[in-house]
Design a protein around this ligand. Structure first.
Ligand SMILES: Nc1ncnc2c1ncn2[C@@H]1O[C@H](COP(=O)(O)OP(=O)(O)OP(=O)(O)O)[C@@H](O)[C@H]1O
Ligand SMILES: [Mg+2]
Length: 221
């Protein structure tokens, strides 16, 4: 297994107590990993640490064998992309959100590509110039997700991204994600409280009492 991301003895201790203590693992290219643990156990914290949205207290994070400092935090976060449950949309319109992503990648805005994703995700009824304040929670989740798919990352960290969706749309999102994964060889780590019927992980990361245990997933049974 070629490791994309490596955690060496990473601890996150925001106050008196460690939230995650001395965690080590390697994440391989093209892997599917489900994160499990009770509410408040630190699943979101783990994903945010992996994407380096919050700073570790100690330990090392490597990307393809280089330290995160060598890679640079901005480039690292583009490659290891965290998709939040309740994404914060920017600016005034849906278009603003996509334009910002292209600008961050110093690339011209590709409206056709954006509209293609909007179509696939069942959002063709939404004009790009619609106000971000006038879309539903489930629509917002999908716009938030598309932002992370426009430039394929190496690792996608999905934090309960289908929580506001009905079954049909949930299935549709996973169908697109699995096809996308096949095409771009993306590693996926995901947290979900809802049964993802047909989504089988290679490994399961279980968080309990500040520690992480790793189990083989259903994909290998
Ligand atoms: N930056 C932080 N500083 C201090 N405490 C934090 C920080 N972030 C999260 N916490 C606390 O850490 C614990 C884990 O939070 P986290 O959001 O990671 O849990 P979770 O497993 O994702 O829960 P849920 O299933 O409810 O989303 C919680 O008790 C939370 O209040
Ligand atoms: Mg969470």
């Amino acid at each position: 297994m070629t490791a994309v991301v490596t955690f060496n003895n990473v601890t996150f201790k925001p106050g008196e107590d460690a939230l995650l203590n001395d965690v080590s693992f390697e994440i391989g290219q093209n892997e599917m990993i489900r994160i499990e643990g009770p509410s408040g156990s630190g699943k979101s914290t783990l994903l945010k640490l992996i994407s380096s949205l919050i700073p570790r207290t100690s330990g090392d994070i490597l990307f393809e064998g280089k330290t995160i400092e060598e890679v640079g935090y901005q480039d690292y976060r583009k490659a290891v992309s965290y998709v939040a449950q309740n994404p914060h949309l920017f600016g005034q319109t849906i278009r603003d959100n996509f334009e910002l992503v292209f600008a961050a990648h110093e690339t011209d805005f590709d409206e056709a590509q954006v509209l293609n994703f909007m179509n696939q995700f069942g959002l063709s009824h939404i004009e790009l110039d619609k106000s971000i304040h006038k879309i539903s929670g489930g629509e917002k989740q999908r716009v938030g997700l598309i932002r992370h798919l426009l430039f394929p990352p190496k690792v996608l960290l999905l934090d309960e991204i289908t929580s506001s969706l009905d079954e049909e749309n949930r299935n549709r999102v996973w169908e697109i994600l699995l096809e996308y994964k096949k095409q771009h060889k993306v590693t996926i780590l995901w947290v979900s409280h809802i049964e993802d019927n047909e989504i089988f992980p290679d490994r399961i990361f279980k968080i309990n009492n500040r520690a992480l245990t790793i189990e083989k997933g259903e994909a290998n049974d």
